[in-house]
Design a protein around this ligand. Structure first.
Ligand SMILES: NC(=O)c1ccc[n+]([C@@H]2O[C@H](COP(=O)([O-])OP(=O)(O)OC[C@H]3O[C@@H](n4cnc5c(N)ncnc54)[C@H](OP(=O)(O)O)[C@@H]3O)[C@@H](O)[C@H]2O)c1
Length: 332
């Protein structure tokens, strides 16, 4: 049978998604966004990837987050998005907010990574081709490059916006001092930084401890949290061992050594509080990030529609009592 043409759910903007303004910009992002780091590569099953992306869009997730080297293989997550654009989403391009990044290892040789103008320009052109897009909504410098003048990286971002290849720019994982300089530089050139993307979850609290969250807010920059579930640790995935189909069993980015007795006991304690709140641990972990307006959006990963479906339930309750917060902090 020929596959029917994708028709998104007519109720996609009235089924509970929250939208938050990204810093001082005109852009609203969904509180929960979808990341393509895992599960969208050419080693994965396209039909599953497609179902996850359709489910996301059908439930108000307008923001998909990519990078040049997401896969594996490198580039293949962007190719998957390109296929999805051609098959499903082309008529809805203006309802989607798509990001990509450059700066990590991508192709061999001296121009295949980091923050040179050469790398950033070549990478955005490759990304646009793979994704079948004329422009991305936000282009991130994926990491700070200590060996390239910061001005070179930032001017390349400015010029990429001026050339129409990206609407906004963002920074990912920049140290606080360099982020401050970057915010100034970009603002002066009328290409203000839209968003800072950093790892933030119940087990990784550096953005609040180092003042990165406050800094973003003070500069009118949105904060987008990646790995909000600590790659799956902050879910029920590992409560009873390591499932064969889990990220930890695959072992590339989440190592078995991460699941120490101590971590497991913290997971269990958090799981108990979640239960008392009537939430799963994953729901509570996402709700905790979204409890106030410091975080614009959390980018979740999902290996199944079921996971995404349950993660969206986090939005049903994002308030915490003082006692709950105290108890959570004591587990940290
Ligand atoms: N800027 C950067 O440098 C950077 C770095 C990393 C990530 N990111 C972005 O952030 C996105 C999210 O990162 P992440 O994938 O690490 O996020 P995550 O949400 O912390 O982890 C996602 C993984 O957790 C498991 N999971 C998710 N929901 C679950 C549920 N309800 N129940 C049980 N298990 C669940 C799944 O793993 P299983 O495979 O085990 O099912 C899933 O693949 C990436 O796709 C990427 O877009 C950016």
């Amino acid at each position: 049978m020929i596959e029917p043409i994708y028709a998104p759910d007519a109720g996609r903007y009235s089924n509970g998604m929250l939208y938050r303004r990204c810093g001082n910009s005109g852009v609203l992002l969904p509180a929960i966004s979808l990341g393509f780091w895992h599960n969208f590569g050419d080693v994965d099953t396209f039909s599953t990837a497609k179902s996850i992306a359709h489910y996301a869009f059908d439930h108000g997730i307008t923001h998909f987050d990519l990078a040049n080297n997401y896969g594996p293989s490198y580039g293949s997550a962007e190719e998957t998005l390109g296929l999805l654009m051609r098959k499903s989403f082309a008529p809805y391009r203006d309802e989607l907010f798509i990001s990509t990044k450059a700066g990590h290892d991508m192709w061999p040789g001296p121009y295949g990574n980091w923050g040179s103008r050469k790398h950033l320009f070549a990478s955005i052109d490759q990304s646009l081709k793979r994704m079948s897009l004329d422009y991305v909504d936000v282009f991130y410098s994926h990491r700070y490059d200590p060996e390239t003048p910061l001005e070179e990286t930032l001017q390349a971002l400015v010029d990429i916006v001026r050339s129409g290849k990206a609407l906004y720019v963002g920074l990912s994982k920049y140290p606080k001092e360099q982020a401050e300089k970057a915010y100034r530089y970009l603002e002066k050139r009328d290409v203000p930084c839209l968003a800072y993307q950093g790892r933030y979850n119940l087990f990784a609290r550096e953005p609040e401890q180092q003042g990165i969250l406050e800094q973003a807010k003070a500069n009118g920059v949105g904060f987008v949290a990646f790995s909000p579930l600590a790659q799956g640790l902050l879910t029920d995935r590992y409560l009873n061992g390591i499932p064969e189909d889990s990220r930890m069993a695959r072992g590339a980015f989440l190592k078995k050594e991460a699941l120490t007795e101590e971590v497991l006991s913290r997971i269990m304690a958090l799981n108990n509080i979640a239960g008392q709140r009537g939430q799963t641990l994953a729901e509570m972990a996402l709700a905790w990030l979204l409890k106030d307006d410091m975080v614009t959006s959390v980018i979740v990963g999902a290996s199944s529609v079921k996971q995404l479906e349950s993660n969206l339930k986090a939005l049903d309750n994002i308030s915490f009592s003082y006692d709950e917060l105290e108890f959570i902090n004591s587990i940290e």
